[in-house]
Design a protein around this ligand. Structure first.
Ligand SMILES: NC(=O)c1ccc[n+]([C@@H]2O[C@H](COP(=O)([O-])OP(=O)(O)OC[C@H]3O[C@@H](n4cnc5c(N)ncnc54)[C@H](O)[C@@H]3O)[C@@H](O)[C@H]2O)c1
Length: 344
């Protein structure tokens, strides 16, 4: 069974009219952190968008409804609540809509969580991608962009990490993403579909998943709870502001041609200790920090080499201090709105 919410159906010709009907884009994982931002930008650019999301319980469903709330008011948006592994549902969406491009973001995320739920990660990330690819072929849709992860590289020895680096994931999440990438490649070769992969480096910004590191840090700082850091805080991360992540996805997705896999990151790194300093400046709060033993499945450095994405016009614009300041303002607005008597 599926549930739907939508504005008025759009039947008019658009910027990309084909056979008299505006082309549509399917976004899976449309209510998630990155998916909801991507949907917003596609609508702004004049696309008709169908969003598919199972509203899984990894984090609160209200968070996901809030993320997609504005898009739901849009005439050119239709949201289908359902599972990407449901072949029948996918077939009906492709039969009803005039989908030309698919952005596949639905999946189970999180490195540490994947260690205790390997089968589930495989089911959703690998089997889900395979089901979608099969239905894309059946429907004659030509293009799919899959959002993979920097986790496919594992502990890369050469930095910054280029797309042709060794692919050696060290956790079930990265492994499931790599298997899904390979399926995209196989389907592309076998069925002649244009299957593209973007390998995303850690995204952050307004709407960030509550389970993400930065979200937890800010939440704890606001509540006066000490921060727990795994390791000595010197691990380096390539944090990428959400608007830049979406820009990168679309630069690669909309290019007339693209290589199989392209990194989308900021191309810069910061240590976890450096990040906390910036968070401290943005919040005006100096947190207490507890350093505990590093997790064996965490990598020391993620750092994207972004020359390939740059060749499609990708230019990450938001520096970490600016991005964090926007994120902290967003968190504080949310807190105000959810505290009785504090909303404006
Ligand atoms: N956020 C990051 O830093 C990051 C980094 C690398 C890669 N990625 C990838 O980008 C994508 C989006 O990540 P996000 O941070 O927005 O995560 P998210 O959890 O906020 O979004 C994923 C969405 O997929 C939906 N979903 C899960 N299983 C589904 C299923 N079986 N059928 C339909 N919908 C389902 C969830 O309900 C959720 O809304 C994921 O594929 C993730 O692996 C994210």
């Amino acid at each position: 069974m599926r549930e739907e919410r939508s504005g008025k159906r759009d039947e008019g010709g658009g910027p990309k009219a084909r056979r008299g009907k505006r082309r549509g884009v399917l976004v899976t994982g449309a209510s998630g952190f990155i998916g909801s931002h991507l949907v917003g930008v596609l609508l702004e650019r004049g696309w008709r968008v169908v969003g598919l999301d199972a509203f899984t319980s990894d984090y609160e469903a209200t968070f996901k409804w809030n993320a997609i709330e504005e898009s739901l008011q849009h005439d050119c948006f239709r949201l289908v609540k359902g599972d990407v592994r449901d072949a029948e549902l996918l077939r009906s969406i492709f039969a009803e809509e005039h989908i030309s491009d698919v952005y596949h973001l639905a999946g189970k995320v999180g490195v540490r969580e994947s260690l205790d739920a390997e089968a589930e990660y495989y089911q959703v990330n690998v089997h889900g991608t395979e089901t979608l690819l099969q239905e894309i072929v059946f429907a004659g849709v030509n293009r799919i962009l899959f959002t993979s992860s920097s986790s496919v590289y594992g502990r890369s020895l050469s930095l910054p990490i280029k797309e042709n680096a060794l692919l050696a994931p060290i956790n079930p999440y990265g492994e499931s993403k790599l298997k899904a990438e390979l399926l995209c490649n196989t389907f592309g070769q076998k069925h002649g579909i244009d299957a593209r992969v973007v390998r995303l480096f850690t995204a952050y910004g307004p709407g960030a998943r509550p389970d993400m590191g930065i979200s937890t840090f800010v939440q704890r700082m606001e509540e006066g709870i000490p921060l727990t850091i795994l390791g000595d805080g010197k691990a380096q991360r390539d944090f990428t502001y959400i608007a830049d992540i979406v820009q990168g996805i679309l630069c690669v997705g909309m290019a007339s041609k693209a290589p199989h896999a392209v990194n989308v990151g900021s191309g810069r790194t910061i240590s976890i200790n450096g990040l906390i300093e910036i968070l401290s400046q943005a919040t005006g709060i100096t947190p207490l920090i507890e350093y505990v033993e590093a997790h064996p499945f965490d990598v020391a450095t993620t750092h994207a080499e972004i020359t390939a994405a740059a060749s499609f016009g990708y230019r990450p614009k938001v520096m970490i201090s600016e991005g964090i300041s926007r994120y902290v303002s967003w968190v504080r607005r949310q807190m105000k709105e959810s505290t009785p008597g504090m909303a404006a």
